[in-house]
Design a binder for this molecule. Structure first.
Ligand code: DC
Length: 231
């Protein structure tokens, strides 16, 4: 195994290719993979199924106080329920941003996210990985792509899973979610100042992966030249 960086963060809007790329990059460099969107989706799923709307701050606070979100073998649990297979539906796509903007809910996931870096080298994807959760990450990537291309990818993924939605519907969801994720007061989607930005619109997965692998190698060389890690 090649020596790994401590933390690589991948942020960007929905459909930019973050999770596919982060998973493959993690495998290539021998790191663990953390999908933070799954954590927000798991809580949104659970609260919604319990009839607790995001606007109902008091009930959200009460519910969060008694819930434990955990990651076990690549699956996400809320208390003892494995919700992994229930969180990637158009319904959750439509509601998750409204939960993800709640400060209390974000705070409740912070420690769990940070603790993953103690398990070994990590590739983490989300919206605020490089800005809030891992501000000292060794390498920060910001992936982008046009809204049309991101909607096209998402629509294809849903169609492959047998979910029937029109392209226009998916596009308007992508634009709506971008708006909420970028404009919320706490930890909005934005590039970290020291992030490397990569527009994936015209790139294949393999092309993105090979660029990122090169960046990881460059950072490793820089670190070796500096004589070790400084995080
Ligand atoms: O990446 P995703 O589509 O699975 O993310 C689901 C939602 O969670 C998305 O609307 C943004 C939010 N999210 C967030 O606010 N912060 C993160 N680190 C990851 C996801």
């Amino acid at each position: 195994m090649m020596p790994s960086l401590y933390v690589v963060t991948i942020d960007g809007p929905a459909g930019a290719g973050k999770s596919t790329i982060a998973r493959l990059l993690a495998r290539r460099i021998g790191a663990n993979y953390l999908d933070t969107g799954a954590l927000y989706r798991a809580l949104a799923f659970y609260l919604d199924a319990s009839g607790i709307a995001p606007a109902n701050g008091k009930n959200v606070a009460e519910a969060l106080g008694g819930l434990v979100v955990s990651l076990q073998g690549g699956r996400v649990f809320v208390d003892s329920s494995d919700v992994t297979d229930k969180i990637r539906t158009p319904h959750i796509d439509a509601i998750v941003s409204r939960y993800a903007e709640l400060p209390l809910l974000r705070a409740s996931l912070l420690e769990l996210q940070r603790s993953q870096a103690a398990e070994g080298p990590l590739v983490a994807d989300g919206r605020d990985m490089g800005t809030v959760v891992f501000p000292k990450a060794d390498l920060k990537i910001f992936l982008s792509a046009t809204a049309e291309e991101r909607a096209r990818r998402r629509w294809k993924e849903l169609a492959e899973r047998g979910e029937r939605t029109s392209f226009e519907e998916v596009l308007s969801q992508v634009i709506r979610r971008d708006g909420i994720d970028s404009s919320r007061a706490l930890a909005p989607l934005r590039q970290a100042e020291d992030a490397v930005v990569l527009d994936t619109t015209a790139l294949s997965i393999e092309e993105v992966l090979s660029r990122l692998s090169s960046l990881v190698e460059e950072r490793l060389k820089e670190r070796l030249n500096r004589g070790g890690r400084d995080v």
